[in-house]
Write a protein that binds this ligand. Structure first.
Ligand code: C5P
Length: 239
């Protein structure tokens, strides 16, 4: 993992809004407290790609969560376009062909690639329905190894998967963990959650946090509290 990261750099706030104005208001409100933002498909299709460039130009970091998957030529060229936007992270589905193409497209850029092994909305029955003869756990493990072999920089993984992946794949792999809920927070639709401290202890490098910050009465205070919890768990000052 990137050891030099300060606790503040390890928090990624998910800008899951439909309107660009709402995302920009949140970024303004969070100010210096947050340096890293995730733009997913909903916002990307509503003007979010330009926001990624604006964030990068203003010294912030952007994670473009597009989960690319297409023929290799298209994936390679799309990845090169994302690198030109100035994004720091991009997600792709963990199919070997797709991952190799994305690695080629990101070559000689600052863009880091994260693979999504198995969507957390899928269970064994969903995989069987989709034609797979392998369960979720085994597929997560298999695709994690394939991601590493393809030259992917990191994985998106739940805190529950993080420690096994870390043990299996070593320290170099970047682990990004969603499903974070501070103690006592509303779960929303998340089923397998971990506190910030638990996720850090399980080996996560970066935590993706949406609603516990974006829907808080005081988003800035909520973000500060999470940075403080990361700092405590990682044995650092908030930085
Ligand atoms: O609001 P909340 O903290 O649940 O948001 C989590 C973010 O992480 C959302 O943008 C969601 O799409 C994303 N995510 C997730 N689980 C995954 C992959 C991504 O919750 N397995």
């Amino acid at each position: 993992m990137p050891n030099s990261l300060s606790p503040r750099e390890r928090l990624i706030v998910a800008l899951d809004t439909a309107r660009i104005e709402d995302a920009e208001r949140l970024v303004d409100e969070l100010g210096q407290v947050v340096v890293f933002y995730k733009v997913g498909m909903e916002l990307a299709y509503g003007g979010g790609l330009a926001l990624v460039s604006r964030l990068a130009a203003s010294g912030k970091k952007a994670f473009l969560d597009l989960k690319l998957h297409d023929i290799p030529n298209t994936v390679e060229r799309a990845t090169a376009q994302v690198a030109r936007l100035g994004a720091t992270f991009l997600t792709v589905h963990a199919y070997p062909q797709t991952m190799r193409a994305a690695v080629a497209g990101a070559a000689n850029s600052g863009l880091k690639l994260l693979a999504v092994t198995v969507l957390t909305s899928a269970d064994d029955a969903d995989l069987a329905e989709a034609g797979y003869a392998i369960g979720v756990q085994a597929l997560v493990k298999k695709r994690g190894a394939q991601a590493q072999a393809a030259g992917i920089d990191g994985l998106v993984a739940s805190a529950a998967e993080a420690s096994a992946l870390r043990a299996e794949l070593g320290r170099d792999l970047i682990l990004v963990t969603p499903g974070i809920r501070p103690a006592g927070a509303d779960l929303g639709d998340q089923k397998r959650v971990a506190t910030p401290a638990r996720a850090i202890a399980d080996g996560a490098d970066y935590l993706v946090v949406g609603r516990p910050i974006t829907e808080a009465a005081d988003p800035r205070g909520a973000a500060e509290a999470i940075v403080a919890e990361i700092a405590q768990a990682a044995g650092h000052s908030p930085g």
